[in-house]
Design a protein around this ligand. Structure first.
Ligand code: FE2
Length: 476
């Protein structure tokens, strides 16, 4: 098996607008920047020494920017200058407790005082725009602003409102019709609740769309949006809140997650208009990180997502396991759920099975009937994601890209201006394990033929999520 582990090593350099050599030809219309976020440093002190983060999700945020202009591409990478980074670099210690790495009582502190300076600012999961600002995000509501050209850190950033959630999804979703960005957060306390918010385009103050009381909070990573509804697959991965808060309880958020497969997964459907839960049908338990698209078909919602049989994938991303060569449970299926709005159970059919992760699609089709999903795929059990697939949801056909000894990141679709749903390119950061270098792969979205690859100077650690910002997306 090819060795993907270089992708879990710390980056030891930053890059400053480095022109990348290109094989093939970039489309002339491709203009703008792919900005990605993910972990880039995994231990205090020198790489390979010192205290280490226990979980991949906890590595220190490294922003990466591929800027496209006139057939060329340049790369900038920059660590977020956070308290977490300062603690690691200057003091040689791990900072505030995070997802799967304990740090004494600091998680308790984070939950109780989630917006206090004690909460982690290692915003390493995704990026978004709010008002004229660009923000790095994680699953606690601490946003860090950065310069979209240089990636220089501008500091902690707060919404201009009084909402005070304890955890939030790092997958905000923008309505392509209104430009408003929706997100889902959780407030704990005596009566835990999900809070669904809407951030109008160009604004920095959120409006509450809905508050949904919870008898028991479950871990939610993402959701889907249609013109009328927000829909969340609430899986029975229960957050043991009491175990987190009591002295001597769980050390990390990861330890507090309890998979309860005897319970169903519930599709919670919220009206964007009234804020009411209009349906909550169940399906036999499954786990999901990532919803793809959803849309209405008569009296049902069609909800596409990558489903796992259980929540073992969460534990399997512990760094020691990954470095030991164990990625066996990154094995999702793309499923199409049919979610009734007027009673009955949710049912599903498989769209593509085996080893899928990180689904994306043409954001212009969000909430509408659509055809194509892009995802990573493993070569088989025990393998890391070393293929990219384009799935035609109408026919079930897949188009595949893969090469020996390469490992692929989340595929981002960029539409050709004026083109249809599959007219454009798919961008993915790929590790060539043999050459110990990463490259940006540019595929024709319709055929999955390679159009170009641009070689980075070295290995870019595996990342999580990113967004493409066309060159006309100005700061204000
Ligand atoms: Fe995610």
């Amino acid at each position: 098996m090819a060795d993907y582990r270089a992708g879990f090593r710390s980056a030891d350099t930053e890059h400053d607008a480095v022109d990348l050599p290109v094989e093939g030809a970039l489309p002339e219309w491709l203009s703008g920047a792919l900005v990605r976020n993910g972990p880039g440093k995994f231990e205090a002190g020198e790489p390979g020494s010192g205290e280490r983060f226990a979980h991949w999700f906890d590595g220190l945020a490294l922003l990466r920017r591929f800027g496209f202009d006139d057939g060329s591409v340049e790369l900038t990478t920059r660590f977020l200058r956070t308290e977490e980074l300062r603690a690691v670099v200057e003091e040689g210690r791990l900072g505030a407790g995070q997802f799967g790495t304990g740090a004494g009582g600091s998680l308790l502190a984070r939950l109780k005082h989630s917006v206090s300076p004690a909460s982690t600012d290692n915003a390493n999961v995704n990026v978004m725009r709010a008002g004229g600002d660009f923000l790095a995000l994680t699953e606690v509501p601490t946003q860090v602003a950065f310069d979209p050209e240089t990636l220089a850190t501008e500091g902690r950033w707060a919404f201009d409102d009084d909402l005070d959630p304890h955890v939030a999804c790092a997958h905000p979703v923008t309505d392509p019709e209104t430009g408003a960005t929706f997100n889902l957060s959780v407030r704990f306390g005596r009566r835990p609740e999900y809070v669904l918010t809407r951030l109008p385009e160009g604004r920095t103050s959120r409006e509450v769309v809905a508050r949904v009381a919870l008898s028991e909070p479950v871990y939610v990573h993402s959701f889907a949006l249609t013109p009328e509804h927000v829909v969340v697959a609430a899986c029975p991965l229960v957050i043991d809140l009491w175990g987190l808060l009591r002295p001597g309880g769980h050390d990390t958020f990861l330890d507090a997650l309890d998979w309860r497969p005897e319970r169903p997964t519930r599709f919670v459907v919220v009206s964007r208009d009234s804020g009411d839960v209009v349906a909550a049908p169940t399906a036999p338990a499954f786990f999901t990180f990532h919803h793809a698209n959803a849309f209405r078909r008569g009296d049902r919602l069609v909800v596409d997502l990558v489903a796992f049989e259980d929540a073992g994938v969460v534990d399997s991303l512990a760094l020691d396991d990954l470095r030991a060569g164990s990625v066996r449970t990154i094995d999702g299926d793309l499923r199409r759920y049919s979610v009734p709005l007027d009673g009955g159970r949710a049912t599903h059919e498989p769209v593509a099975t085996g080893g899928l992760s990180l689904p994306r699609f043409d954001e212009r089709r969000r909430g509408k009937p659509y055809r194509h999903v892009y995802a990573t795929r493993t070569g088989g059990p025990g393998d890391a994601p070393n293929h990219l697939v384009g799935v035609d949801c109408w026919t079930g056909d897949t188009r595949v890209w893969g090469e020996p000894e390469t490992f692929c990141g989340e595929p981002v679709f960029v539409p050709e201006p004026g083109g249809g749903e599959a007219d454009g390119v798919v961008l993915s950061v790929v590790l060539d394990a043999d050459r110990e270098r990463s490259f940006l792969l540019v595929l024709d979205a319709a055929t999955f033929e390679e159009r170009a690859r641009a070689w980075a100077p070295d290995v870019l650690p595996f990342d999580f999520h990113g967004q493409f910002y066309p060159s006309d997306s100005s700061r204000s």
